[in-house]
Design a protein around this ligand. Structure first.
Ligand code: GLU
Length: 435
C-alpha cells in the first residue's frame, strides 16, 4: 500500500522534472560544482516511516537550514528569555545577508537571517569553539538519525570568501550582541553551514520537529517541546527569505531553505519533508524545490491551516469478524497522514488478513487525497491476492465519482462481511467453510 503514496511522490517529482530555471549560489565558489539536474524528495511520518523519491540520497550542504536548529539549541541551552535579549523574532524584510540590526534594540531581527544565526551560535554554552561545533554536529545528527559530516571543500570555500559575514559578526560585536571572538563564532557558523545532508536527512530533522523534538527513528528526545514551538514559529514567519508570505499562503508549513538547494518543511504532529534541487530563485530558494512543495501541499492537502482538526488516532478499533476478515473503524477527520496511517496498518496486517473492511461512517471530514487513497486501497490489495471493502452507509465520505472510483462500497458492515466471506471462500476454494 505504501506504493500508493510512493506513486504520488514520484508523480509530483516527475511533474517538475523539466524545471531548469534559476541560478547556483556562486558567492560560495564550491557551491557551483554541483549537478544541477539532481532532484530529491523525502517525506518522513512522525512514526518514522520514510518515503523517498528521485535523488533523495544525494548529499549537499545544509547552509541556512542549519539556522533553526542552532537557534533551538541556543533556546534549550540558555533559555528563551536570555536568547530574546540578543535575537528578535520579527521578519526583517531584508535579504538574508544584510548587514543590519533592529533600529531600536540593536539586535538581529530574527534567527533566520545571517546576523541572527551568527548570534545564535554564540549563545550555545560551550567551553571552546570546538566544543560548540561538536554540540551542534551531535544535535543535527540526533535529529537526522545518522552521523553527519562536514564538507571540508565547501567550508574552505566559504571561509575564503566570507567578508560579508565577517562584517556582520564585527558589527554584532560592536553592538554588544556577541560576547565571544567574532572570528571564532563565525568559524563555527561557516562549519555548521557546510554540514552535508541528504533530502532524507532533512525529512528526519523535519520529522523530529514535527514530533515535538523526538527523533521518530531513535525515539530519543533531541530538543524540548518549548524550543520546537518557538523555532517553528520563527520558521513560519521568517523561514523562506523574502518570499515567506508567498510560501505561507501557497504551501502553508513552517519551513527553512538554504542556498545549497535544500528545503525543509514541517507539518506539526504529522510529517517532515526534505527536498533538494540546487538552482535558486532571486530570493535564494530552490526554484524546483518550492514548486515541488507547492504541489505536495496542494495534492496531499498539507497546508497547516487545513489540517488543524486532524485527529491523532485514525483507527478507532479493529475487529476480527471471521477468520482472515478484519474490520477497521476509522473516525475523526481523515486527511493525508491519517489515510496513510490507516492504509499502512492494513498493509502491515496483511499476513493475517485476506479481506480488510474499512468502516468510514464515523469519519467527520475527508479530503480528496485521503478519498483517493482509500479508493486505491482495493487495487493495491488485489495485486497481492487480497481484497478491501469500504462501509459508508449514505456515501457521505465516499460519494460516487472519480475520486472514489475503484472502491467497492457497502451500506452496512454485515453486507461487507458477507461479500468478504464469499471472496475468501472463492480464494480458498471452500465455499462451505464456516467462518
Ligand atoms: N553559509 C551561507 C551564508 O552565510 C548560508 C546562507 C543561506 O543558505 O542562506 O551566506
Amino acid at each position: 500500500m505504501a506504493e500508493l503514496v510512493q506513486r504520488y511522490l514520484d508523480e509530483i517529482l516527475a511533474e517538475h522534472a523539466d524545471v531548469a530555471d534559476g541560478m547556483l549560489a556562486d558567492y560560495i565558489p564550491e557551491l557551483t560544482r554541483v549537478d544541477t539536474a539532481k532532484c530529491g524528495l523525502a517525506l518522513e511520518l512522525t512514526d518514522g516511516y520514510v518515503y523517498e523519491s528521485g535523488d533523495a540520497a544525494t548529499e549537499f550542504t545544509i547552509q541556512s537550514i542549519s539556522k533553526p536548529f542552532t537557534y533551538a539549541l541556543a533556546l534549550d541551552g540558555i533559555g528563551r528569555d536570555a536568547v530574546d535579549t540578543k535575537i528578535g523574532v520579527e521578519p526583517s524584510g531584508e535579504p538574508f545577508n544584510e548587514i543590519s540590526v533592529d533600529d531600536q534594540t540593536k539586535t538581529p531581527k530574527n534567527p533566520m537571517i545571517n546576523a541572527g544565526a551568527i548570534a545564535a551560535v554564540s549563545l550555545i554554552p560551550a567551553s571552546s569553539p570546538q566544543d560548540r561545533f561538536a554540540q551542534i554536529l551531535d544535535f543535527y545528527s540526533a535529529c537526522a538519525g545518522r552521523r553527519l559530516e562536514v564538507d571540508e571543500g565547501v567550508y574552505a570555500s566559504e571561509k575564503a570568501s566570507n567578508s560579508r559575514n565577517r562584517a556582520i559578526a564585527y558589527m554584532l560585536q560592536s553592538f554588544g550582541v556577541l560576547d565571544d571572538d567574532p572570528d571564532e563564532v563565525l568559524d563555527v557558523y561557516v562549519r555548521q553551514c557546510a554540514i552535508r545532508v541528504t533530502s532524507a536527512d532533512l525529512a528526519g530533522m523535519a520529522s523530529t520537529l514535527a514530533r515535538g523534538g523526538v527523533n521518530p527513528t531513535s525515539g530519543r528526545r533531541a530538543i524540548s517541546p518549548a524550543a520546537v514551538q518557538r523555532t517553528l514559529s520563527v520558521m513560519m514567519t521568517c523561514g523562506m527569505y523574502d518570499s515567506t508570505g508567498d510560501w505561507v499562503t501557497s504551501v502553508g508549513m513552517p519551513a527553512k531553505s538554504g542556498v545549497g538547494g535544500g528545503i525543509l518543511a514541517v507539518l506539526p504532529g504529522q510529517l517532515g519533508i526534505g527536498v533538494y534541487s540546487p538552482l535558486l530563485d532571486a530570493n535564494g530558494n530552490s526554484v524546483r524545490g518550492v514548486r515541488v512543495c507547492r504541489s505536495l501541499s496542494a495534492e496531499l492537502g498539507l497546508h497547516f491551516l487545513s489540517v488543524t482538526r486532524e485527529s491523532r488516532s485514525t483507527i478507532r478499533a479493529t475487529r476480527d469478524v471471521a477468520p482472515r476478515i478484519r474490520v477497521y473503524e476509522l473516525h475523526g477527520d481523515l486527511l493525508f497522514a491519517g489515510a496513510e496511517q490507516a492504509l499502512r496498518t492494513v498493509e502491515n496486517d496483511s499476513a493475517a488478513v485476506d479481506v480488510a473492511i474499512l468502516e468510514v461512517s464515523r469519519v467527520d471530514d475527508i479530503n480528496d487525497i485521503a478519498r483517493g487513497m482509500l479508493a486505491g486501497m482495493r487495487q493495491s490489495l488485489n495485486e497481492s491476492g487480497k481484497e478491501g471493502f469500504l462501509v459508508d452507509p449514505d456515501r457521505r465520505v465516499m460519494p460516487t465519482g472519480s475520486r472514489s472510483a475503484g472502491a467497492v462500497v457497502y451500506a452496512t458492515v454485515e453486507e461487507a462481511i458477507e461479500a468478504a466471506r464469499a471472496y475468501r471462500d472463492v480464494q480458498t476454494g471452500s465455499a462451505n467453510w464456516v467462518g
